[in-house]
Design a protein around this ligand. Sequence first.
Ligand code: ATR
Length: 271
Amino acid sequence: MKNSSLTICLSIGYPLKNSKSPAIHNAGYRALGLQAEYAFLPAQVRPENLEKTINGLKDLGIRGVSVTMPYKEEVMKYLDEIDSVALKIGAVNTIVNRNGKLTGYNTDWKGALVALEKKTKVDGKKVAVIGAGGAARAIVYALVKNGAEVKIFNRSVDKAEELAHEFGCEFGDLDSLSEVVSSDIIINTTSVGMNEDLSLVDESFLNKRQIVFDIVYTPKETRLIKTAKEKGAQVIYGYEMLLYQGIEQFKMYTEMEAPAEEMEKALLESL
Ligand code: ATR
């Protein structure tokens, strides 16, 4: 059953508080005059209902789903097909329904790469990635694919080692974080700084030659971002990665170019 007049997309997660995807996508539809044809809605899905929900997408004719915490890995087992990059990253944040066939993609890596490339090419750059979770996997994939020299620093050093081994990078623990002073780019992929005035990176490790990227977007100005600015470094905000990964999704769901400026404005207003 496909509702012929309205194309519906969802964001799913649990708990799904403050998902920014509806604001970003609906702003895009409005900017293109498509608000009567497309709608993007938040749908909180309890863990015991995930499989049923994914199977139900076909019957309901849902066009696409933005998958967020904690389902980016689990959702993979309920899809018909998974794109090779999402397989390599090991996570799906985007589902597209084409004539009843569900395909999983990952747009997080692209979001991070576009955000970085607004400031610099990553080829040949020395990059410190802090954290070794799901977000780090997508970012390390983007960096290595584009020729960066990556070192992963993580609290649990065994996780850093595993990720570094898989992608051909170096690794270290958080006690060796002072090394980042010589990095061209520093990326925080941990949740440290989210709704708290804390940073893993001491101000003495930061300087004006660096680009500092914090993927945390609440608050917009994290402790790390504030300190980096004080030290004269260039900064990349977490909301930028969120915006550009959403723009990639928008293109897949609508098969149209995304109105980036209007989507960015809506995202900033929702923060
Ligand atoms: P995500 O999918 O958002 O990346 P995740 O897979 O749970 O989330 O990964 C969280 C990352 O943040 C991990 O690298 C975690 O370190 P550990 O592997 O040691 O758990 C890191 N992290 C979270 N809280 C942290 C803290 N207080 N100090 C240092 N690292 C932290």
